[in-house]
Every structure is written in structure tokens, then in C-alpha cells.
Design a protein around this ligand. Sequence first.
Ligand SMILES: [Cu+2]
Length: 152
Amino acid sequence: MRALALALALLCEPAVAQVTAQVTAQVTVKGAWVRGTVPAQTATGAFMEITAGRAAVLVGAESPLAGIVEIHESKLVNNVMQMREVPRLPLPAGKAVALKPGGLHVMLIDLARPLSAGDSVPIRLRIENADKSIETVEVSARVRPLGAAAPK
Ligand SMILES: [Cu+2]
């Protein structure tokens, strides 16, 4: 089947598209969730597990529900939890990268409205492939109550 597809690809123009497809990162995202907010809270975190089939880099994200979306890492510095932006998060081939409370997360800033448990938040991840092309991955993250611990 694969040999046939390859033979057909070699015969016609779409071969170019096929070659391009082969460099995509083949990203899968599991268990995406967002921490719910209380009224007047304008930022929260989104968490998920990202696995790239081929080495790639997470270079950004966006959401229609947040004015600004950044990739952050929380770190304990002198006993104080601090967050810093991670402009480029490497996604090694075949290795799951966990974004979870207390560590890496997608920061949703300037929220359009409070996020209640049960809502879903669309998030688009921007992934840079090995050939520097950018692909996007659509994620639907479920909102969990504010005090919720990470799901198992
Ligand atoms: Cu953050």
C-alpha cells in the first residue's frame, strides 16, 4: 500500500505536498485542561501533555478567549514561586512533554471572560518543525474548578 502511494506520488504534482507532510512534527496532545477562574481574575494556566513524533519546538500559542498567550515555566526561586516565559520549548521526538501545575504551562492572559468548570477553551499551538516551517495544532481544553488538582 505504501509502495503504491509512493509510486503514485512520484507520478504527479502532489508529490511536493507529500514530501512537505513528512517533515511535520506529528504532534499529539492529551489531557488538555484549564484552571477555572473567579470573576475579575484575568489570567490562568492551561495544562496538557504534548508529544511530537518528530523533534519540534513549541514556539507559541493563541486562544480566542485570551488577549495574550505565553508559554511559561513556574520555578521555586528562594522559596518564592516565580514564572518566566519560555519562548521556545523543545519537543523531543517521541517523548511526552508534560505541562502541569508547578511547572510548564500555557499562560492565558487578558481573558475575555471568567472560565467556569465545564467550559472548553480552544487553544492553538504553534509548532516549529525541523525545517523551520510552522504548523498549528488545535486543542480543546476543558475547564476544571479553580481548586482542582491535576487529573491523574
Ligand atoms: Cu504563567
